[in-house]
Design a binder for this molecule. Structure first.
Ligand SMILES: *[C@@H]1O[C@H](CO)[C@@H](O)[C@H](O)[C@H]1NC(C)=O
Length: 310
């Protein structure tokens, strides 16, 4: 009886050696795989830069897929028809300003005139000759990248003076943790709604995804649904309001849409690759709808990006 038990135990002990080895090898293999997965995960999920490229590509295709809706009374990205936004006053295109109630509270990165003026000049040189009155050129002193809204026209979040002041202070605190961003103009696209948009890539500095996340944390009452994709970094340059007035002779053979594409290509050839450094975050109360875009009434608080690393 004792002997039988002893041999059983011995057999069990002999058996357990390989089991331990198999278990150990499995564990090591699992651990190695785990390390590989975690190390590669940044490559597996798409990067912010890749996300931007895909978005910009989609925006570029928008005009082909939807046609030039602005020639048939389009809507802007902010759901306003362009014809509602502008009027001709003594032959001059003039924005129709409408009070925003409550005011829109936007946080935007600011593009300084040393960068915006040459871009604005290129836009004017390429487009103005062909769009007599049917173009609105954005004021080059107000070129900006929309980041995050504490309140917008779709979801209004009313706030008291004191709350607005507290929001501004929270945004100032965020600005101190953001590093100046070196960017380059990836491409210019014309949307089907007639907005000429500059789409930028980030070369260094705090990524827009991180900036938006920081602003979201700092502004907990902000609308959950924001207006733009978190990775996007764009500036509006101009709005086309109607048909091109004059076509160059060689363009007579091409369609209107092809001509628009041609103009965008010309502009891209001039300014694609433009480099800039962004170092200001603006907290803007817009008292008129699209005040930043249309020279409306607004109150601006300007914050320098405080992180010294460039
Ligand atoms: C452009 O914006 C600046 C700054 O707000 C302003 O001083 C200037 O008058 C604007 N220009 C036009 C043409 O509205």
């Amino acid at each position: 009886m004792n002997i039988i038990r002893w041999t059983k135990m011995a057999r069990a002990r002999n058996c357990s050696k390989p089991v331990i080895w198999i278990w150990l090898i499995s564990a090591l293999t699992f651990y190695a795989l785990f390390l590989m997965v975690t190390r590669n995960s940044t490559e597996w999920s798409i990067s912010n830069a890749e996300q931007r490229s895909r978005l910009y590509h989609k925006m570029e295709k928008d005009l082909e897929e939807h046609g030039a809706a602005f020639l048939k009374q389009g809507e802007t990205t902010q759901s306003l028809t362009l014809s509602d936004l502008f009027t001709l006053k003594d032959g001059v295109v003039t924005p129709v300003l409408k009070a925003a109630n409550p005011p829109v509270r936007a946080n935007v990165l600011y593009l300084k005139p040393e960068y915006s003026v040459p871009i604005a000049e290129a836009v004017r040189a390429v487009f103005s000759p062909h769009f007599d009155k049917a173009i609105w050129l954005q004021n080059s002193s107000l070129y900006h990248f929309s980041m995050f809204h504490a309140s917008h026209h779709i979801t209004a979040v009313p706030a008291s003076e004191a709350q607005i002041e507290a929001e501004a202070n929270a945004v100032r605190a965020v600005s101190e943790t953001i590093c100046p961003i070196k960017i380059s103009l990836d491409r210019v696209v014309l949307t089907s709604t007639g907005v000429l948009v500059g789409c930028w890539q980030v070369d260094s500095g705090t990524d827009p995804v991180t900036i938006r996340q920081k602003l979201r944390n700092a502004l907990p009452h902000a609308p959950a649904k924001q207006l733009y994709d978190a990775a996007m970094l764009h500036t509006s340059f101009a709005r086309l309001l109607g048909h091109p007035s004059s076509w160059p002779e060689e363009a007579n053979r091409v369609s209107e849409l092809e001509f628009l594409h041609e103009l965008v290509t010309r502009l891209n050839n001039k300014i694609h690759g433009t480099k800039a450094t962004v170092s200001e975050l603006w907290n803007v109360e817009e008292y008129d709808i699209l005040a930043l875009a249309l020279n409306g009434r607004m109150k601006v608080r300007k914050f320098q990006l405080g992180c010294s690393k460039v």
